[in-house]
Design a protein around this ligand. Sequence first.
Ligand code: NAD
Length: 324
Amino acid sequence: MSNILITGGAGFIGSHLTELLLNREDHVTIVDDLSTGTPVNLKHLKNHPQLTFIHGDIGNEQLINEVIQEKDQVYHLAAAVGVALIAKQPIETIERNIYPTQLLLAALRQRIERGESVTTFFSSTSEVYGKNPKEVWTEEDDLVFGATTRPRWSYGVSKAIDEFLALACVKEYSLPIVIGRFFNVVGPRQTGAYGMVLPRFVQAALAGDPLKVHDDGKQTRCFSHVYDVTRAITRLMETPEAFGKVINIGSDCPISILELAERVIELCESNSQIEFQSYTEAYDESFEDIRRRVPDLSRIREMIGDPNQHDMDQIIRDVRDSLS
Ligand SMILES: NC(=O)c1ccc[n+]([C@@H]2O[C@H](COP(=O)([O-])OP(=O)(O)OC[C@H]3O[C@@H](n4cnc5c(N)ncnc54)[C@H](O)[C@@H]3O)[C@@H](O)[C@H]2O)c1
């Protein structure tokens, strides 16, 4: 039974992680400012005796220094997330993703200087690979970002800075940190409000509205179920070889966005049509996309075995059922 802090626990991934840890009988404290998260994600856990919810900003130094005390583990999930949000609010993305991470690392360093160890999970993203042209991305590959005049890259760059900071703390202070790079995590409770494609498609299909596919729809992504991802990160936190490592987390089965739209329409038994939309219409003329995004999962498989138990159709059905 551990005493765990989750930053961003009222968000999509954080709420599922909270549930998993409470089911294991851990004590969980969430700090969330509800910027993109919502109490609705936690409503079924509201009166759980082992859950403490703090409505607050992890950019508040005093708060972070207080909540970190007595914790054995930290899962740092709070961030500005979502391509649409990032394209519209780059200042918020950069500030929200870097400064709180610095504060958290400083608080963790103080604990270690007192001889207390706190194992920590940092959530990073496949966006750190930028537009690396390789077919499959391994953790040691180069980060290839676009121009700074294209705000979209600020998300990947800000998360890359977090990774550099975390790895520096591993090196200089021996902080036990696992860095996970998530690849398109999906499932129940994910909102489409910030540009996430699967909830947008399922909502449109259920309503009989057109599914808006950006560009030619031939760009590919690998989608993983949030249940598989949360299980994987808790297992990595129990795996000593994972500490100090960057680890791809997700599925390695690519699907094009057009194929995804077609599967959603079929599994929702919908009469919706597919409409193509240019990136300029969807975002603005500065938007630049990534055509292909597939992780090499050798590292995670060596550590915890295959993390994925749900295929694309199961994921779509779960999202459909949660939104019906
Ligand atoms: N969902 C994905 O596919 C995906 C992919 C790559 C990386 N990630 C990473 O996973 C993490 C969780 O993402 P998610 O999809 O659950 O997004 P989310 O927006 O649902 O969750 C983020 C949570 O953090 C909270 N938050 C943001 N800034 C905060 C602050 N300063 N103080 C307190 N709370 C704050 C938000 O209110 C929200 O509840 C993020 O770090 C994100 O970068 C997610």
